[in-house]
Design a binder for this molecule. Structure first.
Ligand SMILES: NC(=O)C1=CN([C@@H]2O[C@H](COP(=O)(O)OP(=O)(O)OC[C@H]3O[C@@H](n4cnc5c(N)ncnc54)[C@H](O)[C@@H]3O)[C@@H](O)[C@H]2O)[C@@H](O)CC1
Ligand SMILES: Nc1ncnc2c1ncn2[C@@H]1O[C@H](COP(=O)(O)OP(=O)(O)O)[C@@H](O)[C@H]1O
Ligand SMILES: [K+]
Length: 505
């Protein structure tokens, strides 16, 4: 499923009408009916519904929704919040159909009168403004949104909650806080941004008849369950351990032996054939006690942290993951540089490895094989030399620019993880929950990703599937045995088997 910007959505709409011959009024009818169908699943016939209608096409959808629900016997009042002359085009046509059907329309003259009605409503349908919103909300929308937000009513937004921008980059806005948003045709970028996503509540996408081939292929899409099921690695009955990849994991330190142990265990649980750990000798007893299946290579250390070069032939491995629990000692930086310059296999860099890499990002351009960086927003902001809020205001654009200019795969982690390929293609993987907001989750992800990179033809697919397995495992576990509060990274590793049994079929 594609994720669209407002411009991409408008272009799709225009091309569907101009080139495919779709009729704008028919699309609006389809949109309104599709939303009404979803509303019906959530409301009872004895509940009092208010539909709030604005000036544009979002308001036009509102006339269709109100008419459709009234046709079916629901208790609905439609309120037009703007003067008559503002309603134009397809929206005006649907207003006339609504009135022609004999239904009553309330006009906003005095906000307190509407507020008294809103106090009585069980359900408020927000068809005020859609993706056409510009700047801060003007009167009366600012007052109405503020009032609706503090009512007890169940709030359903049409396409996008009023006031919320569709695109990234706008951080100052007043938005309607929806409980549920029925998104028309394709999710907008703001569904996946941390400062806008909470306004949507639960969301679903409805199809309204826009022909997919008239959508100029956007650069962003959403990773979906069916894609994961089709592309997760399958075990060949005649395989041997070498078939599934020999991974080298470099990291861990005397005071942080756990990270690399989590990564190595997660890699083996995710199907890797062999996992070899390069960690300081002082950390190895602790690492091996958590993952006896892993082997080790000798590594020099200073003060319990990796130091100097590794005496390892990297060509013996199929991929390398680097940085988890490594520590930030200057002495460890040499290893990161060595791997970047000498390892002719895919390399994933996480955590402290990213801290070291920051000092010599120019090496990325010289690599012949894929490099994968897996920063959380703090690490990404550090790589870019900007603040976390600056990054989160435009994560798609910042991530794309970084991945393209450095020629890397970028896994920008978060509730919606944005995976960017070196050509700028972006996929959002949005599974998981706040059970993952705990130290160690990222180390587990690195191990999963390492294993999948070794078992997949496509790096992008491997990264999407790895994030999918990670998030879905958290969802499966917190739906049953665990809660989001008590889930540990180690539980996640043991829970991977449940995800593989569910999705790798
Ligand atoms: N072909 C169609 O008819 C379709 C229409 N769709 C609906 O149409 C919507 C987009 O329609 P529009 O482009 O008319 O956009 P809106 O419905 O968001 O309305 C834009 C209008 O709102 C007013 N406005 C903008 N910013 C404002 C602010 N800050 N404060 C107060 N008023 C403001 C302006 O008068 C502007 O012209 C979508 O979100 C969707 O709901 C979809 O159903 C797709 C198909
Ligand atoms: N609230 C959340 N919802 C969904 N996923 C989350 C949430 N918080 C964290 N995650 C996921 O958990 C992982 C955390 O990684 P990271 O911050 O590197 O953790 P650590 O380094 O402590 O192991 C990422 O994959 C991230 O996407
Ligand atoms: K809306």
């Amino acid at each position: 499923m594609y994720i669209v910007t407002a411009k991409e959505m408008y272009d799709w709409d225009r091309k569907s009408i101009e080139e495919a011959g779709m009729d704008g009024k028919l699309l609006m009818e389809n949109a309104g009916r599709a939303v009404a169908g979803q509303v019906e699943k959530q409301v009872r016939s004895d509940q009092y519904i208010i539909v709030l209608i604005g000036a544009g096409n979002n308001g036009g959808d509102g006339f269709v929704i109100a008419r459709t629900l009234l046709n079916k016997g629901y208790a609905v009042k439609a309120w037009q919040l703007v003067p008559d002359e503002k309603i134009k085009g397809d929206a005006l046509a649907h207003k006339q159909l609504y009135l022609g059907a004999g239904y009553e329309l309330d006009h906003l003259t005095e906000v307190n009168q509407l507020f008294r009605e809103l106090d009585q409503a069980d359900v408020v349908i927000d068809a005020m403004l859609g993706i056409g919103v510009e700047g801060k909300l003007k009167s009366p929308f600012d007052q109405v949104v503020a009032y609706v937000n503090q009512t007890q009513a169940y709030k359903i937004a049409v396409d996008i909650p009023t006031g919320v921008p569709a695109d990234e980059g706008v951080t100052e806005f007043d938005g309607l806080q929806a409980d549920y948003t029925c998104i028309i045709a394709a999710p907008k970028m703001s569904v996946f941004l941390q400062h806008t996503a909470p306004f949507y509540g639960e969301w679903e996408v409805v199809e309204i008849g826009l022909p997919p081939l008239k959508l100029n292929k956007p650069s962003q899409s959403l990773w979906e369950r069916y894609k994961a099921i089709a592309s997760l690695p399958k075990r060949n009955p005649f395989s041997h351990k070498g078939t599934h990849g020999k991974g080298l994991l470099i990291g861990g330190s005397y005071l942080m032996p756990g990270s690399i142990a989590l990564s190595a265990r997660a890699a083996l649980r995710s199907g890797a054939g062999l996992a070899t750990v390069a960690s300081p000798g002082s950390a190895w007893p602790s690492v091996s006690s958590h993952i006896p299946e892993a082997t080790a290579v000798d590594a020099k250390e200073v003060n319990g942290m990796l130091a100097g070069r590794l005496d390892v032939d990297f060509s013996n491995f199929d991929a390398i993951a680097l940085g988890m629990g490594m520590g930030r000692s200057n002495a460890s930086q040499e290893i990161v540089r060595q791997v970047m310059e000498e390892a002719d296999v895919p390399v994933l860099i996480d955590a402290d490895g990213l801290h070291h890499l920051k000092e010599f990002l120019e090496v990325l351009k010289n690599r012949n094989r894929p490099t994968i960086l897996t920063p959380h927003p703090g690490e990404m902001a550090g790589l870019l030399g900007i603040t976390v809020p600056e990054l989160l205001a435009r994560p798609f654009e910042r991530g794309r620019r970084f991945a393209c200019s450095h020629g890397v795969y970028l896994v920008l982690k978060g509730p919606a993880t944005i995976i960017t390929a070196p050509d700028g293609t972006q996929v959002v993987e949005s599974s998981g929950n706040a059970g993952l907001a705990k130290g160690g989750s990222g180390d587990v992800l690195s191990g999963i990703l390492l294993a999948l990179v070794m078992q997949s033809e496509s790096i992008s697919e491997a990264l999407c599937n790895g994030c999918f397995l990670h998030g879905k495992t958290a969802e499966l576990l917190t739906g049953e045995r665990y809660s989001q509060s008590d889930l540990l990274a180690t539980d996640l590793i043991e829970g991977l088997s449940q995800s593989f049994r569910t999705f790798s079929i």
